[in-house]
Ligand binder design. Structure first.
Ligand SMILES: Cc1cc2nc3c(=O)[nH]c(=O)nc-3n(C[C@H](O)[C@H](O)[C@H](O)COP(=O)(O)O)c2cc1C
Length: 159
């Protein structure tokens, strides 16, 4: 088995990721966006981190609020992942567009129904790293759904 050199700027697409929806309720609207760059950081306390571009409308909402949601999508939710990942809450209500009734969890955080799991996070820290913001959240409430996880690898859903 041999290695071939890779352009560092393109190499990270070799990492595989969960397909998550990061949700926000700023008191004016409910919104969510697809984020593949989401991972666990700590067991005790349970902390996760997700990476959000400041260009996202969701970031405009998230940067000043204390609680947010993270949903791990399940197989079968590919269309939700694509819609929440290509349309902006600046222009429309993605939940309404997809005919989804958000599941309202603790602190009025909306979760995507049908997800494999949903977490309500209290923001622990946020830091600008390169062209994204790393948002750390402590999981304070969790919900379990059904199915198999939807994953992302090399710019497409992992089969
Ligand atoms: C599969 C997939 C994964 C994505 N992962 C991220 C991510 O990790 N971070 C990010 O900032 N944007 C990510 N995006 C792009 C946002 O989801 C997209 O720009 C979205 O339309 C933003 O919505 P908003 O304007 O309502 O915030 C991803 C898109 C797709 C389709």
């Amino acid at each position: 088995m041999t290695f071939e050199p890779l352009d560092p700027g393109k190499a990270l697409s070799f990492l595989s990721h969960p397909v998550t929806i990061i949700t926000a309720n700023d008191g004016k609207q409910l919104n969510g966006m697809t984020a593949a760059w989401t991972t666990q950081i700590s067991i005790d306390p349970p902390i996760l981190c997700t990476s959000i571009s400041p260009l996202r409308h969701t970031w405009d909402m998230l940067k000043d609020i204390e609680y947010f949601g993270v949903c791990q999508l399940a197989e079968g939710q590919e269309k939700i992942g694509m819609t929440f990942g290509t349309k902006s809450g600046r222009d429309l209500d993605k939940f309404e567009l997809m005919n989804l009734e958000p599941f309202m969890a603790a602190h009025d955080v909306p979760l995507v129904p049908g997800s494999l799991a949903g977490f309500v996070c209290r923001k622990a820290h946020q830091t600008e790293q390169g062209d994204h913001w790393a948002l750390f959240g402590e999981v304070i409430e969790a919900w379990q759904g059904e199915g198999k996880p939807l994953n992302w690898h090399r710019s497409k859903y992992l089969e």
